[in-house]
Design a protein around this ligand. Structure first.
Ligand code: SAM
Length: 300
């Protein structure tokens, strides 16, 4: 059995006495995280050490054997305690990379997930031929979807809604950070309640976890992600029911709808769209082979 590493808060704090340089700090955190049963331990340890020491990946190679400063040591100690108590690494760092760009995140928003990159890619594909598409992102959270669309399609015009003011504030920060705020309207809205106009694409990753699964969420999600971003009602389908029934009123003729769905919701969401006369209803796999992406065209 491997011996548990000595926790950082039981080590001497300063310089050489801490016995830590950036490389050994990285190995140390990795081991601690592995022993705590966390995933992606090496990547998380690397990100946390880079953030605490201010060293880039390259500098870690050239300066990784220099001792960690007392200040960086304190920061690392704080990061390690928080991560081991279940706080997601994105919240500790304050950012998450999404589709090659860095987005500010905090406990008010869901950190954008890898599968959402594929939803976004499908949305981009559906507006690729339109010179200046109008795009509506429902439940924008960090704004990762709409901000990326505006970055990737330089003539696109976006509207992003959320029911959470705090989420809208982060989305605004990300839009400014990526220089697209001049093409984005942020709207506090309960789904379509304050939306007007017609769009070429409506895209959404709504909350889709059902009530039973909400009670079984891992601590890391249950404690640190906003419930508002997760719970989709008793059967997890409430937002899809509403979107399937109403989105067509906000689309141009032949407008596109792209939705992220839970891995087991493909049949149910297909049925909702078909019942509401959507055309070209299609279900796509993500890279893990799960049905996570739905696309459709507005009813004629
Ligand atoms: C699953 S998160 C998605 C966040 C972001 N779009 C993403 O993909 O990372 C769902 C978002 O829907 C928002 N939301 C929940 N209920 C809503 C409602 N009634 N109207 C508008 N937005 C809502 C939540 O605040 C949250 O930001």
């Amino acid at each position: 059995m491997t011996k548990a590493p000595v926790p950082l808060n039981e080590r001497p704090r300063s310089g050489p006495y801490s016995g830590l340089n950036a490389n050994s700090a990285r190995r140390f955190l990795t081991k601690q995280f592995e022993q705590a049963g966390l995933e992606d331990c090496e990547v998380e340890a690397l990100d946390l050490v880079m953030a605490a020491t201010g060293l880039s990946r390259t500098e870690l190679i050239t300066q990784g054997t220099e001792f960690v400063s007392p200040e960086a040591f304190d920061v690392l100690q704080d990061y390690s305690t928080r991560r081991l108590s279940g706080e997601p690494v994105d919240h500790i760092l304050g950012w998450r990379d999404f589709f090659g760009r860095r987005f500010a995140v905090n406990s008010d928003v869901l950190s954008p997930r890898q599968e959402t990159e594929e939803v976004l890619a499908k949305g981009l594909e559906m507006i690729a031929e339109i010179a200046a598409p109008k795009v509506l992102d429902l439940g924008t959270g960090s704004g990762a979807i709409i901000v990326t669309i505006l970055c990737e399609h330089e003539n696109a015009i976006g509207t992003a809604t959320d029911i959470s003011n705090k989420a809208l504030s982060i989305a605004g920060e990300n839009a400014r950070g990526h220089c697209v705020a001049n093409r984005l309207s942020l709207l506090k809205s309960d789904w379509f309640s304050h939306v007007s106009g017609r769009y070429d694409l409506i895209i959404s990753n709504p909350p889709y976890i059902d009530s039973r699964a909400m009670g079984l969420l891992p601590n890391e999600v249950a404690k640190f992600d906003p419930a508002l971003a997760l719970h989709g009602g008793e059967d997890g389908l409430d937002p899809y029911r509403l979107i399937a029934a109403r989105a067509q009123d906000y689309l141009v003729p032949n407008g596109a709808l792209v939705l992220e769905i839970g891995f087991d919701q493909g049949n149910a969401v297909t049925a909702l769209l078909t019942k509401n006369r959507w055309r070209e209803v299609q279900l796509f796999h993500d890279i893990f082979g799960q049905h996570r992406i739905m696309a459709a065209r507005s009813p004629s």
